[in-house]
Design a protein around this ligand. Structure first.
Ligand code: PMP
Length: 387
């Protein structure tokens, strides 16, 4: 592997060197005063990043799928109804987790590249009483972003709790957990939060914690039980110690550095930068005559782009682009898996990273015989990103 490659997949991403250096800090005791202070501060910072100042933060060793389980398993009891809104493959995980908790699951599937039909969602909410509605903010398999704010409002009007998978969105796409009334927002470290893989991150609202506390059935997962983790997180936030499972000390170091970087940039600036990078890459793709998987600009994510290969080009494009030093991802959605590729542009990604990626894409397309006016994509990206 060429160590100078630019990793532009939708997670894990290219991490900031200061975050990576933090990973190599000699491991301290998880009960040392220094670590307790660092973890406590990271939990406080997490609430600011999620824009949920009164929320309950959780940082647990595991990937995004664990965060999904932490989100659902604690709210769902056998016999509860759960409504899963799909915009790609990741809703399936929510449905599976909910069924394993004994829930009755109903689903609304969006057409490929689109968001769920609001009227259909409204009808479903009217027809049955759901304990939880799940929303995938950005589905990484399609590059589709949902209107979380509107959907959360609709769900609340019908008395449901709202669980949002922000794995490919949180800290990149605008999301205001408290203002939008999201009961659980969850993510993983390796995407826009910009920390190597290994942390499940979640913030629960007061209402979600109340719903958890008033459940009658035991949580069917041992490791994901909030009952185990709430006292731990509460202790660290009070700068004291409690033990359930050994925290991933070095990942917490890295998280604390990254969260400080995120907050130093500011959430509004960060959302705007992600939008700008996305507009740059998408403008380039369009200028090169490439079609996107999301069917309209309003439903396209800012954290990644999902683009169809042009006629006569396939996954060999990834190899050609990698030869130019840029790593893009192939398709994931089973219906179109071999027909599109994905580019992540989140975390510390910069306009120059977008330009390097577009440049490599132009060269890769040319190498495969696709007619490319070299520089056309670059020009479009430059113009879209502005000064
Ligand atoms: N949800 C979404 C939207 C994702 O993109 C992913 C991972 N790509 C997951 C959930 C699962 O996360 P993980 O792979 O970290 O378990």
């Amino acid at each position: 592997m060429n160590e100078r490659q630019l990793l532009m997949i939708p997670g894990p991403i290219s991490f900031d060197p200061a975050v990576l250096r933090a990973m190599a800090t000699p491991t301290d005791s998880h009960i040392s005063p220094e670590f307790v202070e660092m973890f406590g501060r990271a939990l406080d910072d997490l609430l600011e990043v999620f824009l949920a100042p009164n929320g309950y933060p959780f940082v647990v060793a595991g990937s995004g799928s664990l965060a999904m389980e932490l989100g659902l398993a604690n709210l769902v009891e056998p016999g509860d109804r759960v409504l899963v809104l799909h915009t790609g493959v990741f809703g399936e995980r929510f449905a599976d987790i909910a069924r394993r908790q004994g829930a009755a699951v109903d689903e609304v599937h969006a057409p490929l590249g689109d968001v769920p039909d609001m009227e259909q969602v409204q009808d479903m909410l009217k027809a049955a009483s759901y304990k939880v509605v799940t929303i995938t903010h950005v589905d990484t398999s399609t590059g589709v972003a949902t209107d979380v704010r509107t959907l959360a409002k609709m769900a609340h009007e019908h008395g449901a709790l709202v669980v949002v998978d922000g794995v490919c969105a949180t800290a990149g796409m605008e999301c205001r957990q408290e203002e939008w009334g999201i009961d659980v927002c969850l993510t993983a470290s390796q995407k826009a939060v910009s920390v190597p893989p290994g942390l499940a991150l979640l913030v629960a609202s007061e209402q979600a914690v109340e719903a958890f506390r008033s459940r009658s059935a035991v949580v069917r997962s041992y490791y994901a039980d909030w009952g185990k983790w709430l006292p731990i997180m509460e202790a660290y936030r009070e700068r004291s110690v409690a033990y359930f499972g050994t925290p991933p000390v070095n990942l917490v170091y890295a998280l604390s550095v990254s969260l400080r970087q995120i907050l130093a940039e500011g959430m509004e600036a960060r959302f705007a930068r992600h939008r700008r990078l996305s507009e740059g890459f998408k403008a380039a793709a369009q200028a090169l005559g490439l079609r996107q998987v999301p069917v309209r600009p309003e439903v396209a994510a800012h954290t990644l782009s999902a683009i169809y290969y042009p006629e006569g080009v396939g996954a060999e494009l990834l190899k050609k682009v990698a030869d130019e030093g840029v790593v893009m991802a192939g398709g994931l959605h089973p219906e179109i898996k071999t027909r599109y590729f994905r580019v992540g542009h989140m975390g510390p990604a910069s306009p120059s990273d977008i330009l390097a990626t577009v440049g490599a894409l132009e060269r890769g397309l040319l190498a495969l015989g696709y007619t490319v006016d070299l520089g056309k994509g670059l020009e479009a990206a430059q113009r879209a990103m502005g000064e």
